[in-house]
Design a protein around this ligand. Structure first.
Ligand code: SF4
Length: 308
């Protein structure tokens, strides 16, 4: 055995992970246990419905979340369905959809898929052709609606997403950069139209999530989305890693800051009331919702046009 071997703080097994903020080393079993306990703690604060949807891209975060939920499913009062959106991204989505399907089969979790091509009549590749720089914005708007349509089809009123602590920190910084205070509250208002979103990995770092997937044999070397390179999130991510390296705990503080703002102002902040889109009838911030803006205002060509 090597002299410089480091051991777990909780047992005598070799450590695989160092929590730099707390200065604690954990072995593979205790790392897995700590991730699962964090999710248990989070879910205890939520009133779960009969069926919980899991937004499942097939990537490492949602795969790790699905694995945790399958590990603790006997403790949960609900059944789980994995929900996947196929945006139609050549050279990327085929592999991740295949991985998602395989993972659901391994874990024995029902799996539903919705495709941009079927819902909107076009793939994301087609819609962003010539304006690739806006791909993530367009993708985000259309994917949110697609997930919602799929949730409604499956009678799902709550969706768990795999967003981890690092994602929350990045979102907080991106919202600060955009200067739009409304974004701090977006998605936290109440609307009977939309399924409630929950984020069981909110206190779990990206590193822990990745290791969890890896240690459970569920980490796959999947291709990156070709549009990710141009995203602001990528730049913010690099910046935050540097801060965390130099100032352990910075990521957690950044991740919690919006939650703290919402907790302090939530009762007093007046969110703008939803309007009804004149094309599709879904709620939105204007008389034409963002989805119909993206798809074009011509109601004859827009597949989202409500049935008369
Ligand atoms: Fe969509 Fe952007 Fe994510 Fe690609 S990187 S899947 S375009 S949000």
């Amino acid at each position: 055995m090597a002299d410089n071997q480091i051991f777990c703080e909780k047992c005598d097994k070799p450590a695989v992970y160092l929590d730099r903020e707390q200065g604690i080393h954990l072995c593979r079993n205790h790392l897995k246990e700590s991730v699962e306990d964090e999710v248990r703690r989070y879910l205890k604060t939520i009133r779960l419905p009969e069926t919980l949807g899991v937004a499942f891209s097939g990537g490492k975060d949602s795969t790790a979340l699905l694995k945790v939920l399958s590990e603790i499913r006997s403790e949960l009062p609900c059944r789980i369905i994995a929900l996947t959106v196929d945006e139609g991204i050549e050279g990327y989505r085929q592999d991740t959809i295949k991985a998602a399907t395989e993972t659901c089969l391994i874990l024995g979790i029902p799996h539903e898929i919705i495709r941009f091509q079927d819902l909107y009549g076009y793939s994301l590749d087609h819609l962003v052709s010539g304006s690739e720089r806006n791909a993530c914005t367009i993708c985000g708007i259309l994917r949110r609606r697609a997930l919602e349509v799929l949730a409604q089809k499956c009678s799902i009123s709550m969706i768990a997403t795999g967003h981890n602590q690092d994602d929350h920190a990045q979102t907080a910084l991106m919202n600060a950069i955009s200067g739009d205070v409304n974004k701090v509250f977006t998605g936290y208002g109440s609307s009977s139209w939309y399924a409630q979103r929950i984020k069981p990995f909110v206190c779990v770092s990206e590193k822990e999530v990745t290791l969890y997937a890896l240690l459970n044999g569920l980490f796959r070397d999947l291709p990156e989305c070709p549009y990710a390179v141009s995203s602001l999130r990528g730049e913010v991510r690099t910046l935050l890693y540097q801060y965390e390296k130099n100032h352990p705990g910075a990521m957690r503080n950044a991740a919690q800051c919006e939650e703290n703002i919402r907790a302090k102002l939530g009762g007093t902040y007046q969110q703008e009331a939803y309007k009804t889109c004149s094309i599709c009838g879904w709620p939105g911030s204007g008389i034409i919702c963002q989805v119909c803006m993206v798809l074009g205002k011509d109601t004859h060509l827009n597949p989202m046009t409500k049935e008369k």
